[in-house]
Design a binder for this molecule. Structure first.
Ligand SMILES: [Zn+2]
Length: 601
């Protein structure tokens, strides 16, 4: 983020570090809507304690440090700074009030400690972590989560712990949260088409599910495990910011929505009647649908109809197919040609795509190929053979890829949770669901997405079944999901709308964040560089013993709601970004503290 004044959060990275995935912490902050941060690359530059003290919170990624750098971080905390260490050097354990025991524990679990104040409002689920964790004994720190050998085998060793000094605060993750999140999202590179163990499910196809086999604990597949660990980080940041100044956050969804429903389908074999039945069914419930078109079906949906449906809010993209086991170069060339063909047929570069049989080559190579052809959103990642429906990437939010060199690729993955042929056939080698079970499972995902986890519920249903040309009860399934959306006022989103919203959301910048404790006033500027509607800004309700009493944007009072999310209560308001210009926010923290916890809507 470009900042004209020191940002509240400083992230320390090192581009020469061997751990290239550690820089993914910036993507985590972007996903969580903390857009006001700076990154300092320590390769070739020294630390300075006065420079650090200009920032309220320092996030130390998993990088090696010199002894002078360790001394400077120690001085920073002693002088009142807030330090979050993501698997920091063990010699810094004393600063986090933990004692290294010299051992590590790999690829196991963490369990939240419900006695810790920062776990308030969170469920004490047991979650996996990926990579290694350092084993520490508590030495004054307060445990927020413990390492576990298995789902119900907690150890005495902290996975996450906090400490509050008279001045200064620390939080340690014994594992590298950034790298662990990458491995949740992207799975194992060794199991990719170009890894040492390609196609581990031996189905003869290169698919995303291969990356996750034997990595995801399928007992936890219904939980967005990575998102929840990000929520723990959010709670830690909010706690630290509570001593200095409240931080504005940008919510995941437009217009205070608590989740979204994304319904898409692949054109495989559909005829015009199948397609029209699909669209008319969705429109009966005022929803929107995203269709992924195989080249064979370009003739089914004419350019005129495609355009008029897009104007009504639906989206289209290519349903890519270049064989079951393409090489990298075959896939790259195939994507290029197929997207060119789509452009020639429909007159624009599509924003999103999904592969037929969701073929995926390489670890992040295919994401790069899609991105270089103009695709902004891939909807390819899902649990297939032996895994089935669930949060296979540990996330229900759109996330970006990072490659082995540590570069973040500018393309989102929105993983989907459940699809018709995958669930109702036995091709995942799991018992096929009946229609009633499929609807029930979908409702559980929807309730969890909107009420608990705040994720996108993504469902993939084929028009060929919806229209009745092939035999699966997808129309009844679709209607049941849409009926719930209508009844509970849950919004459906199309692929293109979702890309545009996320691009607009991530282009928000903040500057000049100041808190005046005597007057209880928070001021900051924000702007966006891409026009976008419904950006939902959040401010912690409580700060230094007082609560928000009014919020104004450009001197005009705005209406805000109060809501409890995770362990923090937020004042939430909505702004539309129309122009690239700075807006001034002034929030008064002069109210009495009282519990709020109302709903967003
Ligand atoms: Zn297909």
């Amino acid at each position: 983020m470009k900042m004209q004044s020191p940002s509240s959060i400083l992230i320390l990275t090192d581009q020469n570090s061997e751990n290239k995935l550690s820089s993914y912490i910036t993507e985590i902050l972007q996903m969580e809507g903390f857009l006001e941060y700076e990154v300092k690359d320590l390769s070739g530059s020294e630390l300075d304690v006065d420079e650090l003290l200009r920032h309220d919170i320092v996030v130390l990624s998993n990088i090696p440090l010199s002894s002078s750098q360790k001394a400077i971080l120690t001085a920073y905390v002693q002088k009142g700074g807030g330090l979050i260490g993501l698997r920091p050097p063990k010699e810094l354990g004393f600063l986090f009030r933990v004692r290294p025991l010299g051992d590590t524990l790999s690829e196991r679990y963490i369990k939240l400690e419900t006695q810790h104040p920062l776990s308030e409002g969170m469920e004490a689920e047991t979650l996996q972590y990926h990579g290694e964790a350092d084993i520490y004994a508590l030495n004054g720190a307060q445990p927020l989560a413990y390492l576990c050998q298995d789902l119900d085998c907690p150890t005495r060793y902290p996975a996450i712990a906090t400490h509050e000094y008279a001045r200064g605060r620390t939080a340690i993750f014994a594992y590298d949260l950034a790298a662990s999140t990458v491995l949740f999202h992207q799975g194992r590179s060794s199991q990719s088409s170009i890894g040492d163990y390609p196609d581990p499910d031996s189905d003869g196809m290169f698919k995303p599910t291969d990356l996750f086999l034997n990595q995801i604990d399928i007992r936890l597949k219904h939980i967005p495990q990575a998102d929840i660990q990000q929520d723990i980080l959010v709670n830690i940041i909010e706690w630290m910011a509570g001593f200095t100044k409240p931080l504005p956050r940008v919510w995941y969804f437009p217009d205070r929505e608590k989740g979204l429903v994304f319904i898409g389908g692949d054109s495989d074999g559909m005829n015009l009647k199948d397609f029209e039945t699909t669209i008319s069914t969705v429109e009966k419930y005022s929803g929107v649908f995203t269709t992924y078109l195989m080249e064979e079906q370009y003739g089914v949906v004419t350019p005129q109809e495609e355009q008029s449906l897009r104007e009504k809010g639906h989206s289209f993209g290519p349903h890519l197919w270049h064989g079951q086991r393409p090489s990298l170069s075959e896939k790259r060339q195939g994507i290029k040609e197929e997207i060119k063909h789509f452009r020639e047929c429909y007159g624009y570069t599509p924003l999103s795509s999904r592969g037929h049989s969701v073929i995926w080559v390489g670890w992040t190579e295919q994401a790069k190929y899609l991105s270089e052809s103009g695709i902004r959103l891939s909807c390819d990642f899902t649990g297939g053979k032996y895994i089935g429906a669930g949060y296979v990437t540990g996330s229900g939010l759109p996330w970006k890829f990072i490659n082995k060199e540590g570069h973040i690729l500018d393309i989102y993955e929105q993983p989907y949770q459940i699809c018709d042929d995958g669930s109702m056939h036995d091709k995942s080698c799991l018992p096929p669901l009946t229609l009633e079970e499929a609807i029930q499972r979908s409702y559980e995902f929807m309730d969890a997405a909107f009420k608990k986890y705040h994720t996108v519920f993504q469902l993939s249903l084929h028009p060929i079944y919806i229209g009745g040309s092939a035999d699966l009860p997808s129309k009844e399934w679709l209607e049941a999901v849409l009926a719930k959306c209508k009844q509970e006022n849950l919004r459906t989103v199309s692929a293109d709308e979702w890309v545009r919203f996320n691009d607009g959301r991530r282009a928000i910048e903040f500057r000049r964040l100041e808190y005046y404790p005597k007057r209880g006033v928070l001021t900051f500027d924000f702007k966006g560089s891409i026009p976008v509607k419904g950006i939902t800004l959040m401010l912690p309700v409580k700060h230094l013993g007082r609560a928000v009493s009014s919020v104004a944007v450009d001197n005009a009072p705005v209406e805000y709601n109060l809501t409890a999310l995770g362990g923090t209560e937020y004042a939430v308001f909505v702004v539309d970004i129309r122009h690239t210009e700075w807006h001034r926010v002034e929030a008064n923290y002069t109210g009495e503290q009282s519990f709020v916890g109302e709903s967003f809507r």
